[in-house]
Each structure stands twice: as structure tokens, then as C-alpha cells.
Ligand binder design. Structure first.
Ligand code: F6P
Ligand code: MG
Length: 505
């Protein structure tokens, strides 16, 4: 297995960002889960007792609901204990065998870390401890009778999505206006490249915490593509500290028309919407791509990541006129932007039906499920893969860097090696690509991704929300540090990093 020449980030340094996450962010996340279960339990007792006359009297509710509520209470107890232990830097416990993927993988690594004196919340490498947290939490839910399909972050994902209506309608109208330009675009590579830049940046900033850098393209912008494209590009350029956009475009132009692009997804809601828009652009407006495959997480992951359920639900949400509270639902006639959104999502839905868009696992894959690929190429949903090794989807929720994908998940590696371009979205994917290592900032990206470099054309679109960063000139980093910019973690800066297939570090 690949060993990096520098150590990983860990929370031992109390002035570091990872320490802040462990101390502040994780307890908030656990408290949020506890509140969610508490509220769900409360709603369960109300639904069986609508006039609230027997509130608190669980004997009044039916047997199944009672058991569900009791299980919920036990989950709350466990979560409270976990929060207490985490705050006191207690040892990480082995992940219980819940029959879902990667139990042994997590526990073998934990054993190794413990033997090195790094088996507690604050001493384990940050990347391991954070992935472990979500896998360990999953085992609380997967071992219940009534809460095994419960995603404790689902409500949060949905309400954040609902708050992004304005940007969604704006992008839908942009895409609608683009339709009028379609024939001109396809035949004019100079125009197409401008739209490509707008699209890739929109998809990039969809991962930001600060959405103010999101691309805006008005109707007149499209009329005057080149000038405005250049200006907008220049304005945002200072925030993209490594910018391989042109290299990516040069690569895409070499793809044969039947090529496939893969998205290793990050967050549900608005970010996923921008992924769909970019994917739509690639298949609808360029002659180079005919299929896009999206790779989700199979367990609730880093709060906001896309699960198969989120993926499926996104279409229904976007097609529901009442989903965005800001939408002008009062009038019976849909607004033009509502019509634009509706038409676009119907197109995406037809792409999904025709296999132009596809999820890497069946749409109804339950939490904790994965797939094996049959001899006929048919994907079969299976749970309990432990004995069969790491399958296609569970690799993304492992604790490892992506360096050794070829050895750890050979099926997945083979699938991706047939792709025309694999796009890794977001911060955590970047941390895993680079191993979350304390690389000198000027280290080439090809070096930091270790033996994965060259396996397939690889593009990372990442806004910076954690310390690790490579491919940035030392002088640029020094200048930002001098100005006191929190450029590594604020979400305001970004990296667009590309490695072609066959490239050797
Ligand atoms: O705030 C830090 C953090 O939770 C990191 O652990 C993680 O890398 C990131 O946020 C998640 O961001 P993203 O959704 O872009 O992967
Ligand atoms: Mg995420």
C-alpha cells in the first residue's frame, strides 16, 4: 500500500482546523441527530394521539409505534454517551458487526492505530476518525428494527435545498436561454468553450459554502458570450488557486461521441443540482459525451452527501411546484422560470429513463446496500459484502485515501478506467485523493494522488474547506497567509485539478 512521505493532518495540534472540527463541529452534528430523533419520536406519539390528550403516555400508542419510540430513546442514549466520550478523547470502539460493508476494514485499521497509540478521537488521523464517525453512527441505526432506513440528515438536506430556490430558478432560465443558442454553439467551438467555463465553474462553486461566487449568466451575457465570459472569468480567477479548466476542455474535445463521464458525487440539494446542470450541458450541448454515471454514498455521510434516496427524491422535489417556498405558487399559472425548471427536469428524467444519466447503483438501493455486477453486466443489490471484498459503491465510504483503489476495489477501478472523465466533487473527495497529508503546498497534484495518477482522466472540483492543498505556487500561498486569508478552509477559494489518463507522477 502507498505510503506518503509526510504525515496526515490530525487534531493533535490544537491550533489546527481539524482540532476545531473535532471540538466544535462533531458535537454539534451529534446534538443535531439527537434532536432529530427526539422530534421524530414526539411526532410519532402525536400521530397516535392527535388531540395530545395522552402526550407522554406511551401506553396509548399502538405496539409498533411504542417499540419504535423505545428504539429511538435507546439511540438517543447511545448518541449522548458517544458525545460525552468524544469530548473526553476516549478510545474509539470497534464498529459492531451489523452485516453492512467495511466493518473489518474499519476495525483492522483501528487496531493498527491503537497499537501506535493513535486510537482515540483526538489522536487518530482526522480523515480516519471522521469517516469512522459516520460508519459507526450507521451501525447504531442499521442494528435497529425500525430506524434502519432512517437518514438522520435527510430533513436538514431537504430544508437547505428548499432555501436555494432563487439560484435554481436562475440556472433553469439560463439553461432555457441556452437552448436558443444550441445549433450556434455546437458548430462554434469558440462559443462552446465560453459556456463550458461557465458550466464548470457553476458546478465548482456549487460545492462552496459561500455561494456568492456562483456564475450568473443573464440573457444579455449569452448574447455577448465572449466578452462577458472573459470578464466573469477574470473576476473569479483570483479565487481559483489552481486552474486546469483549459486542460480539461482540451481533453473533453478529444473524447469520442459515445464517451461516458462519471461524477463521484458530494452533496445533495443545490450541489447535486449543479452537477446535473453540468452533466446536461455535456450530453446536450457538446458532441463529446453521451452518458453520465453518478456515484452516491450508500450510508448517511458527512451530513449532506447524496444517498440513492436523495438522488431519486431530487427529481420529485424539483418537479413539485410547492417545493421551493419562494416560488410564486399563489398564482395558478406557473412563472416562466418554473416552466424552464420543469422542462429541464423532465429532460433529465427522460435521460435517466434512457440510460443517458444513470446512478451507479439501482435507484432503490437501501441504505447500507451495495451492488455486485453479474456476468450479464446486470447490477444486483446486495448487503453484507464483507466476505466478498469491497464492491463498487462502498469504496466511497471507506476510511482510505483513494491512492490504492486498484488493489482495494478492483471492480470499481476497472469500471472507472473505462470512463472518458471521472469528476470528483468537493472537499472530502479531495482530501481522499491527496490522502489528507501535510504536503508542501507546491507539490504537484499528480504526486499527491499517488498510484491513482494516470488510472483514468481525473478532474477534481473542490472549494477549500480543509487544510490539505497542493498544486499551488508557494509564493501565492505565502501571500494569502500574509494577508490573513483563511484560504485553505473558508470555502471561498477553490482548486480545479486535472490529471490525464496514463500520466505518471
Ligand atoms: O468542515 C469540514 C468538513 O466537515 C470536512 O470534514 C470535510 O472535508 C468537509 O467539511 C465536507 O465538505 P464537502 O461536502 O465539500 O466534502
Ligand atoms: Mg459532503
Amino acid at each position: 500500500m502507498y505510503e506518503a512521505p509526510y504525515p496526515p493532518y490530525d487534531p493533535v495540534d490544537t491550533s489546527g482546523f481539524s482540532y476545531q472540527t473535532v471540538v466544535k463541529r462533531w458535537p454539534v452534528i451529534l446534538t443535531g441527530i439527537i434532536d432529530t430523533i427526539y422530534r421524530t419520536n414526539h411526532d410519532l406519539s402525536l400521530s397516535s394521539d392527535p388531540d395530545m390528550s395522552k402526550l407522554g403516555d406511551v401506553s396509548a400508542v399502538d405496539q409498533e409505534t411504542r417499540e419504535r419510540i423505545e428504539e429511538g430513546k435507546r439511540l438517543i442514549e447511545k448518541l449522548s454517551k458517544l458525545k460525552y466520550e468524544m469530548g473526553r478523547d476516549r478510545p474509539l470502539e470497534a464498529v459492531p458487526d451489523d452485516g453492512e460493508p467495511l466493518v473489518k476494514v474499519y476495525n483492522d485499521e483501528l487496531e493498527k492505530l491503537s497499537s501506535q497509540g493513535k486510537g482515540t478521537w483526538f489522536t487518530a488521523p482526522w480523515l480516519y476518525a471522521e469517516c469512522y464517525l459516520y460508519r459507526f453512527l450507521r451501525a447504531y441505526f442499521s442494528r435497529t428494527k425500525y430506524w434502519r432506513t432512517f437518514d438522520p440528515f435527510r430533513g436538514q438536506k431537504e430544508s437547505t435545498f428548499q432555501a436555494s430556490g432563487t439560484a435554481i430558478y436562475q440556472l433553469a432560465t439560463t439553461m432555457h436561454e441556452l437552448e436558443a443558442e444550441k445549433s450556434a454553439l455546437i458548430s462554434d467551438p469558440d462559443k462552446l468553450v465560453i459556456i463550458f467555463r461557465e458550466m464548470i465553474q457553476m458546478c465548482l462553486w456549487g460545492n462552496a459554502t459561500d455561494l456568492s461566487l456562483l456564475t450568473h449568466m443573464s440573457h444579455s451575457d449569452i448574447q455577448d458570450l465572449q466578452t462577458v465570459g472573459k470578464d466573469a472569468q477574470a473576476a473569479r480567477k483570483e479565487f481559483i488557486l489552481k486552474d486546469d479548466q483549459e486542460r480539461v476542455w482540451d481533453h473533453i474535445k478529444t473524447l469520442s461521441p459515445d464517451s461516458r463521464v462519471d461524477f463521484v458525487l458530494d452533496n445533495a440539494g443545490f450541489e447535486l443540482f449543479t452537477d446535473f446542470v453540468f452533466a446536461d450541458f455535456l450530453v446536450t450541448y457538446t458532441p463529446y459525451v453521451s452518458r453520465v454515471v453518478f456515484h452516491p454514498k450508500i450510508i448517511p455521510w458527512f451530513v449532506s452527501d447524496v444517498t440513492p434516496t436523495d438522488f431519486k427524491q431530487t427529481f420529485a422535489s424539483l418537479l413539485s411546484p410547492a417545493f421551493f417556498p419562494s416560488s410564486p405558487t399563489a398564482s395558478s399559472k406557473p412563472s416562466p422560470s418554473q416552466q424552464h425548471l420543469h422542462a429541464m427536469v423532465l429532460r433529465w428524467q427522460s435521460y435517466l429513463e434512457n440510460g443517458i444519466f444513470a446512478l451507479s447503483v439501482p435507484l432503490d438501493t437501501p441504505l447500507g446496500g451495495d451492488v455486485t455486477v453479474g456476468t450479464n453486466g446486470q447490477k444486483n443489490v446486495v448487503v453484507n459484502l464483507e466476505k466478498n471484498g469491497v464492491n463498487e459503491a462502498s469504496f466511497w465510504t471507506g476510511p482510505w485515501p483513494y491512492w490504492d483503489m486498484k488493489e482495494l476495489a478492483p471492480e470499481l477501478w476497472t469500471t472507472l478506467s473505462e470512463s472518458g472523465l471521472v469528476i470528483f466533487k468537493g472537499d472530502l473527495n479531495y482530501r481522499k485523493l491527496t490522502g489528507d497529508i501535510k504536503w508542501p503546498v507546491s507539490t504537484p497534484f499528480e504526486i499527491a494522488v499517488g498510484p491513482l495518477a494516470g488510472s483514468f482522466p481525473l478532474l477534481s472540483l473542490r472549494t477549500n474547506k480543509a487544510d490539505v492543498a497542493v498544486g499551488v505556487p508557494q509564493a501565492v500561498a505565502d501571500e494569502l497567509d500574509k494577508k490573513g486569508e483563511k484560504w485553505r478552509v473558508s470555502g471561498k477559494y477553490a482548486l480545479v485539478s486535472f490529471i490525464p489518463k496514463g500520466s505518471q507522477a
